[in-house]
Design a protein around this ligand. Sequence first.
Ligand code: THU
Length: 159
Amino acid sequence: MKTIKISADIIECSKDELSADDRRLVQSAEDFLPHAYAPYSKFSVSAAALLDNGVIVNGTNQENAASPSGLCAERTAVFYANSMYPNNKVLTLAISAFFEGQIVKNPITPCGSCRQVLLETEQRYHSPIRLILAGRDKCLIVNCINDILPLNFDSSFFD
Ligand code: THU
């Protein structure tokens, strides 16, 4: 018997400490927060995906009265990016959320379904997706999706 340890290096920093490119991506996510359609939760989420061709693709959460029919911001952004630019990798995804009149204090982290989709996107494009999880002042930087979805299920189990 042995113990398997799982760990990841996640960077915590202030918005001021981000590089100019990362700040621009976070700004883009924040700019699109008003495009969220969140009449039920009133919790707006926005994701900005930087592609390897320099294009930024935005997505926001889109809710539905039949709640499972809605979609999170991360999947909206990544599915849109992959539909519009199937030959371009997503390099970095910035995520921002707004609730009760302000950007949330603490950075939000993608839900399990989004992690699963982001993981497969990494594998499909053979390229890690960096996450910048942006709160009001504080940010978390995740180097790849596997770091926040260890022991994941993927297509290798079909082998
Ligand atoms: N939501 C996202 O868009 N991304 C996340 O990472 C977490 C949650 C959305 C789903 C729902 O529309 C609202 O936030 C409240 O859960």
